[in-house]
Design a protein around this ligand. Structure first.
Ligand SMILES: Cc1cc2nc3c(=O)[nH]c(=O)nc-3n(C[C@H](O)[C@H](O)[C@H](O)COP(=O)(O)O)c2cc1C
Ligand code: SF4
Length: 460
């Protein structure tokens, strides 16, 4: 257990020759030898699970897309990295973008997709330049054949990273999640259930029934694929745990001496990772650790939880995208709840009314409690909306609200009582760390986020 390098080298891999010297291209060659079915079987045997948050097995996803009907197939790399407290995909793309692109090329080969896309925020200019350069080098080296690799810059919205919204952005639309999952309603689809389309079809496409099943995978997930194929499923399974083979690239931010990104073998304890970054700070104790704004927090009593999907689930939380936001014993959890709820309210797109209305009502009640205007009625409002906020949801965002806010209420009831009685002595300084960069152990947080309004405009 502890530090282990598969996808995040200590020193950046700065040219295609360096990548080829390190075994680059071998995964793609093995996929060519194996053919699609055996490639998928090898990935299934490896147990590789998605690192974008849900931990979905890549072999199952690719098999579903491969077996789905449709004339065209696509593979997409999700490098939008919008989860607060997460910086690992950008760290990987900076340090070594080649295996991400090679993983995408293997997906294209396996799914028979002539075109793939890498979607990342337009503001990630360093990563975009690096990826563009690496794609050109790989094309010139003949590594990706005549595969067309599109690089798409998207908006700042949290929902851009949601896979159904990501496809909308690649098509040139706003980041509003569509109804059906990508393996049913893929890129540039014209399936009849979506209704009439005003715009002209993409080049090479007809107005006929095209569902275009699409595999969307996180950048870290794809970066693992060439290694799994080049070294074999047994090698991959020798690292990590039974249900989470391989490594986890973790981000640590918040109440720690340093912020940063580290790759560790799955199964390494959360405590060991926190210690690497000086958390908690001397004289302080950990109060709550959130994996992004998605799951229930872990408390100090759960610090020995191994980093793995199954152990985090068993502890009542979730591993998410491995981005950990730490709050120590100075933090008021009413304040944390209000800030996280506000983030989700602002980022909700409003296509499903209970989501936008509910996250807004919960945020208002939390603000009231935080400001000393709260009452038992505020708690009733929160509990009512938590029970319906995810009704008719197109995406997982309101479930995050239920999981995060519901668990804070259950875990820290004394903080709510203290606010209702006007006796809170904790600090009110929580921020939801939407990261712009991590420089020399310092997290650079997007300050625009605090000015963002629920209609996605910004206060001046
Ligand atoms: C609100 C929301 C935001 C998300 N943001 C990201 C993101 O920035 N990057 C990412 O890889 N996945 C994100 N996801 C998860 C994706 O929808 C999807 O599950 C993932 O890209 C699948 O890749 P994987 O199977 O390799 O994990 C988000 C999900 C939701 C609900
Ligand atoms: S659940 Fe919420 S964020 Fe997701 S599509 Fe509906 S309104 Fe938008």
């Amino acid at each position: 257990m502890g530090r282990f390098t598969i996808v995040l080298p200590d020193r950046p891999v700065s040219s295609i020759d360096e990548w080829l010297d390190a075994g680059g291209g071998e995964g793609l060659a093995r996929a060519r030898d194996l053919g699609p079915e055996a490639t998928i079987a090898e990935l299934e045997r490896s147990g590789l699970r998605g690192r974008g948050g849900a931990g979905f097995p890549i072999g199952t996803k690719w098999q579903t897309v491969r077996r789905a009907g449709g004339r065209h197939k696509y593979a997409v790399c999700n490098a939008a990295e919008g989860e607060p407290g997460t910086f690992k995909d950008r760290a990987i793309l900076r340090a070594n973008p080649y295996p991400v692109i090679e993983g995408l090329a293997i997906a294209a080969l396996t799914l028979d997709a002539p075109e793939v896309f890498i979607a990342l925020k337009a503001s990630f200019s360093a990563e975009r330049d690096r990826v563009t350069e690496a794609v050109t080098e790989m094309e010139q080296a003949g590594l990706v054949g005549d595969l067309s690799v599109g690089i798409v810059g998207g908006p700042e919205e949290y929902l851009f990273g949601e896979e159904k919204a990501l496809l909308e952005v690649i098509e040139g639309n706003d980041p509003l999640p569509r109804w059906l999952p990508p393996y049913v309603h893929g890129l540039f689809a014209t399936a009849p259930q979506l209704g009439w389309q005003a715009h002209e079809p993409e080049a090479g496409h007809t107005r006929g029934h095209e569902s275009n099943p699409t595999a969307v995978n996180n950048a870290e997930t794809l970066a693992n694929v060439p290694h799994v194929l080049a070294n074999g499923a047994d090698w991959y399974r020798s690292i990590g745990t039974h249900d989470t083979p391989g490594t986890i690239v973790c981000t640590i931010v918040g109440d720690a001496e340093r912020a940063g990104v580290v790759e560790v073998a799955a199964g390494t304890s959360l405590r060991e990772v926190l210690t690497m970054f000086g958390a908690p700070r001397p004289g302080r104790r950990v109060r709550a650790i959130f994996s992004g704004v998605t799951n229930a927090p872990l408390t100090e009593a759960a610090l020995d939880t191994p980093l793995a999907f199954e152990t985090f689930a068993a502890a009542g939380s979730g591993l998410g995208a491995g981005g950990f936001i730490i709050y120590d014993d100075t933090a008021c959890m009413v304040d944390v709840a209000a800030k996280m709820s506000r983030f989700l309210w602002v980022e909700s797109c409003g296509q499903c009314p209970p989501c936008k209305l509910g996250t807004g009502a919960i945020t208002g009640a939390l603000d009231d409690i935080g400001a000393g205007r709260g009452s038992d009625a505020s708690l009733e409002t929160i509990n009512h909306w938590l029970s319906v906020v995810a009704d008719g949801n197109r995406c997982f965002l309101p479930v995050e609200e239920q999981q995060v806010i519901g668990s804070i209420l259950r875990t820290f009831p004394a903080d709510f009582d203290a606010h209702l009685q006007g006796t809170c002595t904790h600090e009110h300084r929580a921020v939801v760390p939407k990261l712009v960069d991590i420089v020399d152990g310092h997290a650079v947080i997007d300050e625009n986020q605090s000015r963002k309004r629920p209609d996605w405009t910004y206060e001046p």
